[in-house]
Design a protein around this ligand. Structure first.
Ligand code: 13P
Ligand code: ZN
Length: 271
């Protein structure tokens, strides 16, 4: 047994590789974090070193004190994660104030966790609270079609949600709460983290205008699937717009008919 064989590490590495293969992670683009379960921590505790130096998170996350996360490294390339997890990802512990972190494993050739750590942790803090602890994964990627749409569609949550819902019947079932929108902001800081966290109160996905997408979910499958569904709908919309626009479409009444069989509530403001 080694850390790399633990199920949650394998799931994390597979997701990073899947995202790379989708073309969402040019160079060091994108980042991934996972809030480790207590029983998973026990599996790997023997490999962790809890004597590292505390570093500032750059945002306060009192709702995450003592939590342990698996996170991609800043400046590391998703395409390299599967080849050498230990050099490209790390396990971090959050201190008892929710102000600092320390590296307990990984980034063996040096480095620090993703520059988007404030956005990841503030999103985790909100999602842990609103889902009663179910949500464990936060995923940021740079999918091209979704980014392209942020130059064309109004940066408005209602318009974006409705346009993407209308590209495929199952979209409203996959993201019934819709999409939040963060206007253009400097990446990597506290300000964009506060705005993203605020949207995570309501949404599982937040568009970063002219940059990418943040998704939250209970596990790797659901979170990857959310990113995949939204980017696929963006691709369909891009194609439809390139072909001169819709000649027929899914009607509001048809969306309403999805609610009962699929057990979702679709806010009327999107219809
Ligand atoms: P990191 O390499 O620091 O994770 O940054 C990549 C990125 O996508 C920033 O938004
Ligand atoms: Zn980014």
């Amino acid at each position: 047994m080694s850390i790399e064989n633990a199920g949650f590490v394998q799931g994390f590495v597979r997701m990073a590789d899947d995202g790379w293969r989708q073309g969402w992670h040019e160079r060091n683009g994108g980042n991934l974090s996972y809030r480790i379960k207590p029983e998973e921590l026990e599996e790997v505790r023997a490999w962790l070193d809890f004597s590292g130096r505390w570093e500032k998170i750059g945002a306060g996350v009192p709702g995450l004190t003592g939590e342990i996360f698996l996170v991609t490294g800043s400046g590391k390339f998703f395409r390299n994660v599967i080849l050498n997890p230990k050099e490209n990802i790390c396990i971090i512990e959050i201190d008892s104030q929710g102000e600092n972190y320390r590296i307990c494993w990984g980034l063996s050739a040096g480095g620090r966790p993703t520059s988007e750590l404030p956005s990841h942790l503030m999103s985790h803090e909100v999602k842990k609270r609103v889902t009663g602890g179910t949500c464990r994964v936060i995923y940021h990627a740079h999918p091209a079609n979704l980014i392209a749409l942020t130059f064309v569609l109004p940066l408005d949550s209602v318009v974006f949600t409705r346009e993407l819902w209308e590209t495929a019947t199952e979209c409203p079932v996959v993201f019934p709460a819709g999409l939040g929108i963060v206007p253009w902001m400097v990446p990597g800081g506290r300000e964009i983290a506060v705005e993203t966290g605020r949207l995570m109160e309501t949404f599982d996905a937040a568009v970063w205008a002219h940059h990418g997408l943040f998704c939250a979910g209970a596990d790797f499958d659901v979170t990857f699937g959310l990113m995949h569904t939204i980017e696929k709908s963006a691709e369909i919309l891009t194609k439809v717009m390139s072909m001169g626009g819709r000649r027929q479409t899914i009607l509001p009444g048809w969306f309403r008919q999805l609610q009962e069989p699929f057990g979702v509530v679709l806010p009327e403001k999107y219809l």
